[in-house]
Design a protein around this ligand. Sequence first.
Ligand code: NAD
Length: 247
Amino acid sequence: MAHTPRRALVTGGSSGIGRAIAQSLARDGCDVGILYLGDLTDADSVRSCIESLGRKTWVKVADVSDAQQATAAVEDCAGELGGLEVLVNNAGICRDQVIWNMTDAEWQDVIDIDLTGVFNMSRAAAPIMRAAKYGSIVNISSINGMRGKFGQTNYAAAKAGVIGFTKALAKELARSTVTVNAVAPGMIHTPILDAMPPEAIKKATEEILVGRIGTPEDIAEAVRFLCSEGARFITGEVLRVDGGQYI
Ligand code: NAD
């Protein structure tokens, strides 16, 4: 029997993959809150899209790397929507640099947002899901956290950390009927690619077996499934969604 209602919070839901995830969960019947840092216009258009699907929404600017802001956002969103059954930790940045030129800030910003942000949000959501004895947490990792990538010691470390975190948290929350999984995208067409040199994009595309860069919707569909009733027996899993780029 489907668990209804489902209330979801998607971090970084204003742009790229997070935006597609928020829309896909709303189409699947969830009320969806989003938090983000950045352009209000983007967030407003996601809000309109969720509302046009007849779902409730909650939209806030908050920094996932700040524990206080993350906790307040989770509590506020759950209060506004009436509960929280789904958390998608999608917010992320990259600051690519070879290690001999990497600054402390380039290292720390990526670890703080891409890894500590996942911890901050999950720690705040866990008590709500444990009390309800129901929930799904999906963390967005990356195939580069599984295989490393030149110029990404910071990002690969954070995204590999997300995989270990996912498995440990799956063990802690399983008895509360809360699943915890990760999705590891390959190269996906979003604004994050703007920072990538064109020749690096061309080289990466050549590695993708299906012969194209992924779309945000390719990732959103995997996340939607992992948050659905059909996936209640899946926990601690890392699902690569990469068109065969990793193998
Ligand atoms: P994007 O730049 O389009 O979106 C990033 C989102 O994160 C934005 O909504 C932004 O507001 C939000 N954000 C950034 N810092 C934040 C902070 N401190 N607090 C709250 N929100 C913050 O990027 P995207 O490509 O859609 O990436 C989404 C996720 O997917 C990231 O975790 C990224 O590492 C991962 N990923 C992307 C690709 C890709 O090729 N695009 C591949 C693998 C993994």
